[in-house]
Every structure is written in C-alpha cells, then in structure tokens.
Design a protein around this ligand. Structure first.
Ligand code: 8NA
Ligand code: MG
Ligand code: MG
Ligand code: MG
Length: 315
C-alpha cells in the first residue's frame, strides 16, 4: 500500500537526517578505506558505528529551511537568514565558504558581498542542495514554483548558477518522489531533465537514466557521478543512488556512503528523496532510535514534518 502524505513528509526529513548522521563519521574517507570496515551497504546498515547518530550542518540548515516555510508559507530570505543564524553551531562542520557567509550573518555584516565574492562567481558547493528538501515537499504540486523557491533558498549562501541549479534539481527530485505512486525511471529522469539548463547536470542525468535502465547495481557505477563537495559532483550521484534502489532506503543511503568523499551530504540528499518516496516506515527503527533528535521523548524533525505538511495543505 502507498505511504500516507504524513509518512512521506516524515520520511523525507528523517531520511535526510539519518543519511547525514550515518554518513558523517565517514566524511572525507576513500571508498577503499570504508570497504575495509564495511564490505556492503547491508553491513553498514545492520552494524552502524555504536555512537549516537549526530547530524551535521546538512540537517541543521534543512531545519532552518523547513522552519521558514512553516512560518511564512514560502521562502522569505530575511526569515531564512534569521533561522540559519539562530540554529548555527560551527561544530556541526560547515563548508569553508558557508562558514564565512554565516558568520557574517551572525555578526550582522553584509553577507551578500561575501556570498557573491568569496569564490569567483559565488559558491557551487552542495550546501544549497543538501538543505533544500523541505522546499521540494512544500511545492510538490507546482514545479514552476518549486524551481523558483529552491533558487531563493540557495541565495543567502550560494549565488553561483551551478550551486543554485543543484538545489533546484534536488528539490524537484524530492517533490516528484513524494508524489508518485510507483517509480518509473524514464518518467522520473525525463521530468528532471526537462527543467535542467546546464550540461553539468543534463549529461550526468542522461547517463544515470541509462545506467538504471540496464539494471546495473554495482556501487562502482555510482562512483562515476562523483563524491565531491561541489554540487556538480554530488547532486546527480544522490539522485542516481535513489534511482538504483528505489524500493530500499537502506541500499540508497548505504551505497551513497560506501562511495566515500562527501558521505554525509550525498546520503542526506539521497535519503531525503528515498524517504519522500517510501515514507518513514522504510527507515530502520534502530537508526531512528539512535538519532540525536529527541526532545523530551518526541522527535523535533517529526514535529517539523507535521507542521510542514499543514503549511503545504494551505498553499
Ligand atoms: P562552500 O560554499 O564552502 O562550498 C564547498 C566547497 O566547494 C568550497 O570549500 C570549495 O572547495 C568548493 N567551491 C565552491 N564554489 C567554488 C568556486 N566558485 N570555485 C572554487 N571552488 C568552489 O560550502 P557548502 O555549504 O556548499 O558545502 C557543503 C559541504 O560542507 C557539505 O559537505 C557539508 O557537509 C559541509 N562540509 C563539512 C565538512 C566538515 O568539516 N565536517 C567538510 C567539508 C564539507
Ligand atoms: Mg555535513
Ligand atoms: Mg532541458
Ligand atoms: Mg558533507
């Protein structure tokens, strides 16, 4: 049976946080190093590191995006910056450029100048894509609006066209995944390619759709799409990890993490798409149970998912 809308909203936000938190201990490691400890995705899911699962900047910023949508019903840049500042804790591990821009926001300096100039033309890091999933849920029924709001959610830190488009693409993947009843590879990739402008995304998307078509499931095939902190070497990777195993949250995030590199972020993005499609029940209970996100017995992310769904019903 189909997951309910409630289940899909929860699955997306918790799927993002669990992917982020499970991937975090491996961030920056090589695939070979990870394989020595975890030969398969299943090994990793069944025997995760024993420590509490702590999420990082990816989830912390996604919370700010969701809170903004709950409060304003849309992306209001001022409110979004306020939420980023209120939630900011540098020990969660922010990207170098993002850290500088956020610290300017905290000090009420003009962060826009830094966002535009710290990297030539702005940042094309995956930091806008890693936090955008709530926008995909909120505007799942209106892809034009989704595309515009995803852009607005990127701008405080990411003004480079590739940083923005990576976020738009990930939001659209989440929006579609949260809406479809059965996964159809051709439809899924055609809808994504239709909105994309840049060859940096359209070319790998085409390759990802073909790869899925031949039923390849070797994690090495996923590695072709990159495992870096640039949006262009991680967003399509996350989408491909989902498309390779649409009916398994475990395989989706496990394979994403086994690639090495930017493990927390790629698993966060892949986990958000997978959770939006499969719902909260697809996420292993022992992982949810070990996630730090507990406030007096309740999960803040679950509460936020429920508020986001209520806001979504009103638009
Ligand atoms: P960002 O804006 O600093 O971008 C990430 C990186 O991408 C930069 O540091 C550059 O190396 C590179 N980059 C981006 N734009 C350009 C450009 N125009 N020219 C040359 N290089 C460029 O930060 P972000 O928020 O996009 O980064 C997201 C990543 O940061 C995620 O992986 C997230 O998990 C986090 N992160 C954390 C740690 C950590 O300390 N735990 C390490 C790496 C990344
Ligand atoms: Mg992170
Ligand atoms: Mg096109
Ligand atoms: Mg990361």
């Amino acid at each position: 049976s189909q997951p309910t809308i409630e289940s899909r909203f929860e699955g997306c936000l918790l799927g993002l946080a669990v992917g982020d938190a499970l991937g975090a201990p491996f961030e920056g490691m090589s695939a070979d190093d990870i394989a020595q400890r975890y030969p398969s995705a299943q090994d990793l899911i069944e025997n995760p590191p024993p420590e509490e699962l702590c999420y990082t900047d990816d989830t912390q910023m996604a919370i700010g995006v969701a809170e903004t949508l709950v409060k304003c019903g849309r992306i209001n840049e001022r409110e979004l910056c306020k939420r980023f500042v209120a939630n900011y804790s540098p020990e969660r591990g922010y990207g170098a450029g993002a850290k500088i821009v956020l610290e300017a926001m905290v000090d009420e300096r003009d962060h826009k100048v830094l966002a535009a100039n710290h990297f030539p033309g702005g940042s094309f890091g995956n930091g806008a894509a890693m936090r955008v999933a709530p926008v995909g849920l909120m505007f799942r029924h209106d892809h034009e609006r989704l595309w515009r709001e995803a852009r607005l959610s990127a701008l405080p830190t990411h003004v480079h066209p590739l940083g923005i488009e990576g976020a738009q693409l990930l939001a659209l993947a989440v929006g579609i995944a949260s809406t479809i009843e059965a996964f159809d590879r051709d439809d899924f990739f055609a809808s994504l390619a239709e909105k994309c402008q840049s060859q940096d995304y359209t070319d790998p998307l085409r390759k990802a759709s073909l790869l899925s078509d031949v039923g390849a499931s070797d994690v090495r095939d996923l590695a072709l799409f990159g495992n870096g902190i640039e949006a262009t070497s991680s967003v399509v990777t996350a989408i491909a990890a989902f498309a390779m195993s649409p009916n398994s949250y475990d395989a989706t995030i496990g394979n994403a993490i086994l690639l090495g590199g930017d493990t927390d972020t790629i698993a966060a993005m892949a986990g958000a798409i997978s959770g939006a499609y499969l719902g909260i029940t697809a996420i292993p209970f022992h992982l949810l149970e070990h996630l730090e996100d507990q406030e007096q017995g309740a999960s803040y992310l679950q509460i936020l998912a429920s508020k986001l769904r209520a806001a979504h019903e009103k638009i």
